[in-house]
Design a protein around this ligand. Structure first.
Ligand code: NAP
Length: 250
């Protein structure tokens, strides 16, 4: 892969996405930093990445909104080097709730962002990367969660189920495009120290979690970014359809 190729990181303005954007920039890759609301955070990260000597661009788009996704990819085409990788990282979780109390609006929003958003962005990436569409190949990495295997009973079964869909999406899409130069994999983090927990009202989740994690602590965003960049790496030519647990043994 020429160093002038680009990686688009959805939800790249903070947390795991921002760590991934930094790791990509350190490898010399241009980075599209997608965000939903916080333009200042995205721009501050873009400035930091440009300081590392790479092209970087802040891209506002709700990944659940098809028109916004199309506009975002059009900007990537126009303003960044050719796309090589997509990190489907944007994801949301709601406040802790039991299934018996769930409403349709919450279900629709979680599945729209976590599942439909990942499908829409992957579709647009494939239209650029797949040899079937005249592309030169590339790599898609989806963010799942170990919640997909544990189920998150009593907290957010809806979120866990959306990540179960991401696991299936990863395996199916990987097989669908394996002969077209595009690898598709997923990373399944455990509990990682980001703002997602406090944003869902679970301010003490990180403090409480360590005791239940075999390695004895929650994870850091850069530890997830390491796995993502390994899966993106153009030298990683035979890994596809893989789901990589990075969860401290959980
Ligand atoms: P985070 O700190 O809450 O950051 C979320 C990012 O996604 C922000 O950049 C946010 O932008 C963006 N975003 C939110 N809704 C969006 C939308 N509709 N369209 C586009 N961007 C949107 O999250 P994180 O903890 O880094 O998690 C990243 C991914 O890893 C998620 O898919 C999550 O499910 C997964 N994961 C996280 C953990 C964990 O413990 N942290 C564990 C397993 C899996 P704004 O700030 O502008 O809204």
């Amino acid at each position: 892969m020429p160093q002038t190729r680009s990686i688009l990181v959805t939800g790249g303005s903070r947390g795991i996405g921002a760590a991934c954007a930094r790791a990509c920039a350190r490898r010399g890759w241009a980075v599209g930093v997608n965000y939903a609301h916080d333009a200042a955070a995205a721009q501050a990260l873009v400035d930091e990445l440009q300081g590392l000597g790479v092209q970087a661009l802040a891209l506002q788009a709700d990944v659940a909104d098809e028109a916004q996704v199309l506009a975002m990819f059009a900007r990537v085409d126009a303003e960044l080097p050719p796309l090589w990788g997509l990190v489907n990282n944007a994801g949301i979780v709601g406040p802790a709730i039991r299934v018996e109390a769930l409403d349709l609006a919450r279900l629709q929003r979680i599945f729209a962002v976590n599942v439909a958003g990942s499908f829409l962005c992957a579709r647009e990436a494939l239209r650029r990367l797949s040899t079937r569409h005249g592309g030169h190949g590339g790599s898609i990495v989806n963010l799942s969660s170990v919640a997909s295997t544990l189920g998150s009973a009593g907290i957010y079964v809806d979120y866990a189920a959306s990540k179960g869909a991401i696991d299936t999406f990863t395996v199916g899409l990987a097989r669908e495009v394996a002969a077209e130069g595009v690898r598709v994999n997923a990373v399944r983090p455990g509990i990682i120290d980001t703002e997602i927990h406090a944003g869902a009202g679970m301010t003490d989740r990180l403090q409480q979690a360590a005791a239940g994690i075999p390695i004895g602590r929650v994870g850091r965003a850069d530890e997830i970014a390491l796995g993502i960049t390994w899966l993106l790496d153009p030298e990683n030519t035979y890994t596809t359809g893989a789901i990589l647990d990075i969860a401290g043994g959980r």
